[in-house]
Design a protein around this ligand. Structure first.
Ligand code: GLU
Length: 305
């Protein structure tokens, strides 16, 4: 496996030069566009890796499936689905999804920003500090990294350049879809996106989802298998922004990307994969990362279709 990963890494390295690192906030624009790493955790617990797989980066949108899990654990499927729908939007992650029709929960999706902002408000807790801590705790469990923390510089950058997310949140509020103080909810969302991870941490989350809610090796259950099915299905249809259809054809496994260049992929019953390659394509997906996954899927017959 290591040999295969090394080979894929070298084959896909040239793609890194074709994309662009995210620059919607100054802190992310500092990333090294040539960084490239991959980490795989198999269902039997075997770890394999290549490249810059321990380099830290912020989780960004890959927090969305974890946010969804937390919301599901706290409220149950019915209530979450009543507030945030499950249909693909086919639009960019930060699209203002409103037209002349009034907005309702069924227009939202947990993998795009409006839905994710509502999910922050669904986490149980007396204060937003407590809600965020509970989300961080679940993220630590799922990544197997007890010391994960927020990257404060990225958080401050998200917060001070967050006009678009602020617009989305106030729009939700105006339609009665968001309860509580908008700025508190947004701070929780910005902090959640700024949690610092690496490829191993993402591979671990993927491994738990591939194992239908059980930790690799110990087999300890973190969440019910029905929730793994719910989250994996949404990742399959909406995890790669408005490139999810193309990704389903080329790679064929549930996955989530983030604008910092991470991808977390779930190969049901077989493995979790974490990737870092910060140079992005026009839809915001890691360019070299998607190519590495496509080749890995081809070599190991990973597509679920
Ligand atoms: N913090 C980012 C935002 O909401 C996350 C975007 C992403 O990774 O898709 O703008």
């Amino acid at each position: 496996m290591e040999e295969l990963l090394e080979r894929l890494l070298e084959e896909c390295r040239p793609f890194a030069a074709q994309g662009r690192v995210a620059d919607y906030i100054p802190e992310l624009a500092k990333a090294d566009p040539g960084a490239l790493g991959i980490y795989v955790i198999g269902s039997e617990g075997r770890h394999s890796w290549a490249g810059d797989c321990r380099q830290p980066f912020t989780i960004q949108s890959i927090i969305k499936p974890i946010l969804l899990l937390q919301a599901l654990l706290d409220n149950g499927v019915e209530e979450v689905q009543r507030r945030v729908g499950v249909e693909a939007t086919g639009k960019p992650f930060d699209a203002i999804n409103a037209s002349e029709q009034s907005l309702d929960g069924s227009h939202l999706n947990p993998m795009v920003n409006m839905g994710a902002i509502v999910m922050c408000s669904l986490i149980r807790g007396g204060s937003y500090e407590e809600r965020f801590q509970r989300l961080l705790e679940l993220t630590r469990q799922l990544t197997g990294e007890e010391t994960l923390e927020v990257n404060e510089a990225v958080y401050r950058s998200e917060k001070s350049h967050g006009s678009k997310n602020r617009a989305l949140a106030y729009l939700l509020k105006s339609y009665g879809l968001l309860e509580g103080d908008v700025e508190d909810v947004l701070n929780c969302y910005f902090r959640a996106c700024s949690i610092q991870v690496d490829c191993r941490a993402l591979a671990h989350v993927g491994a738990v989802l591939s194992n239908r809610g059980r930790m690799p090796v110990s087999n300890r259950r973190v969440f019910p298998s029905s929730l793994a099915r719910y989250v994996n299905a949404i990742l399959m249809t909406c995890g790669m922004y408005n490139g999810s259809g193309e990704f389903a054809i080329r790679v064929g496994v549930p996955a989530k990307s983030g604008v910092a260049g991470g991808i977390m992929a779930v190969v049901p019953t077989r493995m979790g994969v974490g990737i870092y390659a910060p140079s992005l394509d026009r839809k915001g997906n890691s360019l070299a990362g998607s190519r590495m996954l496509e080749r890995l899927s081809g070599e190991l017959y990973l597509s679920i279709f």
